[in-house]
Design a protein around this ligand. Structure first.
Ligand SMILES: Nc1nc2c(ncn2[C@@H]2O[C@H](COP(=O)(O)OP(=O)(O)OP(=O)(O)O)[C@@H](O)[C@H]2O)c(=O)[nH]1
Ligand SMILES: [Mg+2]
Length: 202
């Protein structure tokens, strides 16, 4: 099945975006296929609420594996069946924790075969004083790879937070020539533009 992959550093809002975007695309109950870094596969059906409760967290590296949300997207020219693929958070450099390291390797192995890559960056922490570098080495590497192919876009997330406006400006400055969509995974803003982009590239 074709995949719209969600990628980015830990805690930027990938899972919340995947859940709320699936809901926005009209999926009432989420059919999710989990793949552990060890290759074990299992399926679960969750409501939006259950999914937000269980699968997202304010602490980084909550997702350690692949989470494929089954989507049937209706359009003018018929339906498209694909997966929104939520992945483990990336880190700058090699993660020390073995579990995180294996999960990150699993994420990177998926990149080449994804039809669409949505690269999330937390716009609210880009310009925050003292924050861990919000736009990291790894974001440049992902953007560099993404720039060589079609179906790649940057999503500046958490636009509902006050610090995000200046963060968005900085992201635009640092990634010229890329498609950039400001969104709030929490408030589901900016989703129409993302939907159109995904539809066009699947
Ligand atoms: N205000 C605000 N908070 C958000 C938004 N998106 C995500 N969050 C919060 O940010 C935290 C991390 O969200 P997740 O979706 O778990 O992030 P993730 O990128 O999947 O994190 P890992 O799985 O650890 O890599 C949670 O507390 C979310 O509620 C947003 O658009 N606005
Ligand atoms: Mg996650």
């Amino acid at each position: 099945m074709k995949a719209c992959m969600i990628i980015g550093k830990a805690n930027v809002g990938k899972t919340l975006f995947a859940i709320n975007f699936a809901g926005y695309l009209g999926v009432p109950r989420l059919e999710i296929e989990f793949t552990t870094p060890g290759g074990e596969i299992y399926r679960r059906t969750l409501t939006q609420r259950e999914a937000v409760e269980e699968l997202t967290s304010p602490a980084p590296h909550h997702t350690l594996g692949l989470q494929a949300f089954d989507i049937q997207m209706p359009g003018l020219k018929g339906r498209k069946h694909f997966a929104v693929l939520d992945t483990s958070g990336l880190t700058d450099g090699i993660p020390e924790e073995p579990l995180v390291r294996r999960a990150m390797a699993q994420t990177l192995a998926q990149v080449r075969q994804a039809a669409v890559i949505l690269h999330l960056i937390d716009a609210s922490s880009v310009t925050k004083q003292g924050a861990v570098e919000a736009v990291g080495q790894v974001d440049w590497q992902v953007a560099q790879f993404g720039g060589m192919r079609t179906g790649y876009a940057i999503l500046a997330n958490k636009m509902d937070l006050p610090e995000a406006a200046s963060g968005l400006l900085q992201i635009r400055r640092e990634f010229p020539g890329h498609v950039i969509f400001p969104v709030s995974a929490l408030l589901k803003t900016g989703f129409a533009e993302v939907k159109q982009f995904v539809w066009r590239h699947l």
